[in-house]
Ligand binder design. Structure first.
Ligand code: SAM
Length: 241
């Protein structure tokens, strides 16, 4: 049975001021901070003069690392998990760890970390400390209907791309997804092919010095990004039909 707590702490997506008082309080109070990249999180911790032992935890962390983390909780240690930016678990590490901890909690066998049994997991082990999230920040300024929306994560890199964009074209809700610098031009060429009429908002470098918002059809936005700066982190929002 876990005795410690795991706080899932959102950190800024750019502007370091975008962190909540509760997040800072939590990072100051826990015994260890699990970080996607300890070097990135050290910058945040240094900025806020927080000195705390960190543990690396990412998408490729081994089962033995997860057991080590679960053991810390069983020993009554409080942990925070953070990622490089934004909310853990949203296209970021966190979900697998949480799922395994909950299953361990409900299992009699502490070494059985992938038990399919549910039902008696304690509800007070995992605590959200909400804050920045690029998807939500972009949706909030889109002006598009958000009573329902579809979050598509990142478009696949290779052969499933056509299928991905064809499926998006069938959807009536507002759609939002992430894209990286390397594929933003390619993505807009594909949006031009598969969703030529839809109104799009492209949010680049949200909350950072060179924040830029482009609006228009895929063709119009593509023209703008080809002319302007096209490096950075991006969220694409497509208006519902
Ligand atoms: N968990 C994070 C969140 O809550 O926003 C998202 C992590 S995901 C691995 C990283 C992607 O989020 C980037 O490739 C980019 O598409 C988007 N992103 C993160 N920060 C951003 C920013 N400041 N401006 C625009 N997009 C951003």
């Amino acid at each position: 049975m876990n005795k410690g707590k795991l706080f899932v702490v959102a950190t800024p997506i750019g502007n370091l001021k975008d962190i909540t008082m509760r997040a800072l309080e939590t990072l100051r109070s826990v015994d260890y901070i699990l970080c996607e990249d300890t070097r990135v999180t050290k910058k945040l911790l240094t900025h806020y003069q927080i000195s705390k032992p960190t543990i690396s935890y990412h998408h490729h962390s081994s089962e033995s690392k997860i057991k080590e983390i679960a053991k810390l909780l069983e020993d009554g240690k409080n942990l925070a998990i953070v990622t490089d930016a934004g909310t853990p678990g949203i296209s970021d590490p966190g979900n697998r760890l949480i799922s395994i901890i909950l299953k361990r909690d409900s299992s009699n066998d502490k070494d059985e970390i992938a038990s399919p049994r549910y039902g008696v997991a304690r509800n007070d082990t995992i605590i959200p400390i909400p804050g920045s999230c690029a998807v939500i920040a972009a949706l909030s300024i889109s002006g598009f209907p958000t009573d329902k929306f579809y979050f598509a994560g990142f478009p696949p890199h290779k052969n499933k791309r056509q299928k991905f964009f064809k499926e998006l074209a069938e959807m009536e809700e507002t759609i939002v997804f992430y894209e990286s610098t390397h594929r933003i031009i390619k993505t807009f060429s594909e949006l031009q092919t598969f969703l030529p009429q839809r109104e799009i908002m492209l949010a680049r470098e949200l909350t950072k010095q060179f924040e830029t918002i482009y609006r228009g059809t895929a063709e119009q936005v593509l023209e703008k990004i080809k002319k302007g700066p096209s490096k950075g982190e991006f969220v694409v929002v497509i208006r519902s039909i």
